[in-house]
Design a protein around this ligand. Structure first.
Ligand SMILES: Nc1ncnc2c1ncn2[C@@H]1O[C@H](COP(=O)(O)OP(=O)(O)OP(=O)(O)O)[C@@H](O)[C@H]1O
Ligand SMILES: [Mg+2]
Length: 256
């Protein structure tokens, strides 16, 4: 059984076809990277997989169930969670509360119970807080547990997003450029963290431009270009694939 598969997935924005008739299968376990030049459609693919966008055409399956029409909350509820290319923390909350948002998504409390502050809710809030503290410690943010989110340096905010996504207890974690803007030491720490998350049994889908990170960490790499599947293989296979080299050389030409 595949964990995620997409069939003929397409997303258009007016005349731009960001994802174009894409077919992919992701097996459970390990780290799968999705790479491709700027504008290839990687973030759009993540937005489709996580229910932020509805596809123009095509279907998405999660553990063989058709989940194309589910919302991002419903998808998080069944085990699919993500971080964003641009940090999306709630700056008016504490770092810890940001992670607790993820736990609450998972715990599925009824609004009325929360309103009445039933004993069961108090207990569940306490558990949620404990889990959030544990997760912040796990991602290396122990020193920021009581800090307001807007005091966190950029590298810490990237980790905070990962902690919040982990709080929903995902089976699949989608990471959109977790190392962007990080220095080499912080990148190495994120590399170690991602490996550990995968080791604990969460399947990781990674979008990242840092090729050293991608080539070192990925069990499989899928390359997309112009919204279409271009290649798939191990780091070694992808590194020597002439179509992939041509796509990236084309990108350098565009950037010049
Ligand atoms: N909301 C949107 N409205 C209009 N066009 C969009 C929208 N989102 C993405 N696009 C376009 O779709 C294409 C794919 O964009 P996407 O952000 O998915 O690329 P990407 O592979 O994530 O690129 P990068 O590596 O630069 O992050 C681009 O041409 C982009 O301009
Ligand atoms: Mg992107």
């Amino acid at each position: 059984m595949s964990l995620i598969s997409v069939e003929h997935l397409t997303k258009s924005f007016g005349g731009i076809v960001a994802v174009n008739e894409l077919d992919l299968t992701i097996e459970p376990g390990g780290i799968v990277s999705i790479i491709g030049p700027n504008g290839a459609g990687k973030t759009t693919l993540f937005n489709l997989l996580s229910g932020i966008y509805q596809p123009t055409a095509g279907r998405i399956f999660f553990a063989d169930e058709d989940v194309t029409d589910l919302s991002c909350h419903e998808l998080a509820g069944i085990g699919l969670s993500r971080t964003f290319q641009n940090v999306q923390s709630f700056m008016n909350m504490s770092a810890l509360e940001n992670v607790m948002v993820g736990c609450h998504l998972h715990s599925n409390q009824r609004f009325i119970d929360t309103l009445l502050q039933l004993p069961s809710i108090k207990k569940s809030n306490r558990e949620c807080r404990d889990t959030a503290i544990e997760l912040m410690t796990y991602v290396g943010l122990k020193d920021y547990i009581s800090a307001p989110a807007d005091r966190l340096p950029y590298g810490a905010l990237k980790r905070l997003e990962i902690a919040r996504a982990l709080a929903t207890r995902p089976r699949v974690l989608l990471l959109d450029e977790p190392a962007a803007g990080l220095n080499p030491r912080e990148t190495q720490e994120i590399d170690d963290l991602i490996r550990d998350i995968a080791k604990q049994g969460t399947t990781v889908m990674l979008v990242e431009h840092d090729m050293k990170l991608v080539m070192g960490i990925s069990d499989r790499i899928i390359v997309i270009d112009h919204g279409q599947w271009l290649a798939e293989g191990t780091a070694e296979e992808i590194r020597h694939n002439p179509d992939v080299i041509a796509a990236y050389l084309g990108e350098q030409g565009r950037n010049r």
